[in-house]
Design a protein around this ligand. Sequence first.
Ligand SMILES: [Cu+2]
Length: 595
Amino acid sequence: MKFAYLLLFTLSAALRDSPRETLASDVLLHPPPVLNLAGVSETSRTLVDYRQKSSQDTRTNNHHARERHYTFNITREYAAPDGVNASLLLVNGHFPGPTIRANLGDVFVVKVNNRITGPETGTAIHWHGLLQKDSIFMDGVPSVSMCPIPPGESFTYRFIADRVGSSWWHSHFSGQLVGGLFGGIIIDGPSNFDYDIDIGLVMISERYHRDYRELIDATMQARVVQSDNNLINGKMPFDCSKTNLTCSSAVKVSTFDRFRSGKIHLLRIVNSGAEPFEHFSIDGHMLTVVALDFVQVDPFVTDVVSLSPGQRVEVLVNGTGEPGDSYWMRATADRSCSTVKQPFALAAIYYEGADCSVEPSSTPTNRTLNACNTTELNKATPFEHDSPETTPSYTQHYDFTFGANATGTRLFFTNNRTFRADFNNALLEQAADPVFSLAQAPPQSVLDDFSYNTSLRIVMRNFWPRPHPMHLHGHDFSILAEGIGTWNGSVRTDNPLRRDTHQMLAAYSTNNMLNGTITPSYLVIQFRLDNPGIWPFHCHIFTHLALGMYVNIAYGKKQIEQQTVPSSVHDVCVIWREYARTHLVDQPDSGLRLF
Ligand SMILES: [Cu+2]
C-alpha cells in the first residue's frame, strides 16, 4: 500500500514539474505572444490592448476560448508524503492535487466529487486570485457564494481563466487546506518577460502529522498548533527518529531535472501553506522577480524572495550552472512568526548530464532572512500602470484585535465583530433576491455594505504582535501605506504595488508577547469597486481565520440582483440543508479556517 502511494506521489510530482511538456498538445494550441524584456516600454501598450481585447472576447465572441475540463475526486486517506503515515486529503489519489491549466480567456469546468470519509464532511473549492467577474457564484466560499458540497455529492464550477500567471486552488471549508486539499493553477497569456524553460509550480506548504479536525479543536481551545514538517511540492523526508508514528526513510525530496546551462527558467513559487512565512532561494543562483501574485512587475534581481500564505512570486533563474551540476532549492519557514518544528524544506535541481540519483552537495550562498515581512518586494513596480484615486469615494477603518467573547472563547475581532459561517445559506443567493436587504445579513456574517461607491480605501490597524497575510477575493488592491505606529496620512498613489494578498506587519510589543505594551501596525489599501458582489477579505493564516478574522465586503446590490443564480448553487444549498437537518454538522470553528 505504501509503495502504491510512493508511486502516486512520484507521478504527481513528475506531472507538476513538467506541465508545459505534459500538456503541450492540450494547452499550447494558441501560444500567447511573448514580449522581450528589451521591448518592454515600446510594447506595453500592445500588451494592455491585448488584455482588454481578451477580456471582452470572453464575454462576447471569443472563437479561441476553450473549455478546460477537470474532475476532482476528493478522499481522505492515510498517506506518507514526507515518510510519516498520517491523515491526508487527496484529489484523484494525489497530494498536492492536480494543477489546472488554461490560456487566458478559456473556461475552466471543474467537477468536484466529495468522497471524503472517515468521517464524512462538506467541502468547497476556492480559486485563489481569480476575479470571477460575471461568475461570482463560483468563488467557492461556503456561506457566501455557495453552500458546502455535502458528503457523496458533486458540484461543477465554471469560471473564466481571467488572469495570466501562477496561483493555486484550495478548500475554503474548515481546516481542509492544512489537511492537504490544494493544488496549482497556471494560466498562459501575454507577458512582459521571456524565458526558455517553464519549470512549473514550486508549492511550499507545511505538513501536520495530525488530522485537520484535531488542529481545529486545539485552536479553539487556545492551544498552540505546531506544524511538523515543511514541504516543496509535497515532499521533504522527515527524520523518523523524531516521531512515534509509522515512518519510512525511503522518501526523497522533489526534483527539478530540466535545468539547462545557459537557459532562462521560469519558476512559479506559491506559498500554499496555512501558517508559515517562507523564504525561498537557490544555492548559487540569483532570482529575477517578474510577477507578484497575478501582477507582472518590472523585473528586478534579488537572492531571496519571501512569501506569506496565499502569496505567489514568479522568478526567472539564469542557468549559470554547468552541465552535470546539481543544487539545492531551499524554502525556510521563518521561526520568528511561524509555529514550526522543522522549518527547512529542500528540493534538488539537476542540470543536463547530472546524476539524479545523487543528492546535491551545494551550500547556501544567499542571505538568511529573518523577518516576517515582504518589504524588499514592496518596491516592485507593476508593469501595467495603475494609479489609484488620491481621494477614494469611501474610506473604511478596521481594527483587528484578539480577545474573549461572552462565553470566554478567545477569538479575533474586526471592529469588535467576529465571523462565523452559516453553511445553510449562501449570502449571494439571498442578495440576488430583490426582497432581501443586505442589512438583513446576520451579525456573525460581518458584512459591510459599501453600496454604490466606486472605490474603497481600507485603513487597518493590527494589535496582534504577529503579522496577518490579508487576502481579498475578486480584486487586486493597491498598497498605499504601511508601518508601525500612527499613520501620518501620506499615501503612495503613483503606480504602487498591487496584489491580492499582502502581509500586514506585526504590532510592536515591548516583550514580543500579547501582554506587552502594544503599538499597532497599520496598512492602507485601496481598490476599485468594479466587481459587484460579496467578497471575503480575511487573514490567510488558518488559525486566525478559524478564530473569525474575516469580513464580507459587499457592494452593488442592484447588479447582484441582475445576476442569475446558477441552478447548481441553488441545488447544493437545498441538499446541504437537508443533509444538515438529518446529520450532526460539527462546526467548532468559524467554518472557513483558511482563506
Ligand atoms: Cu492572521
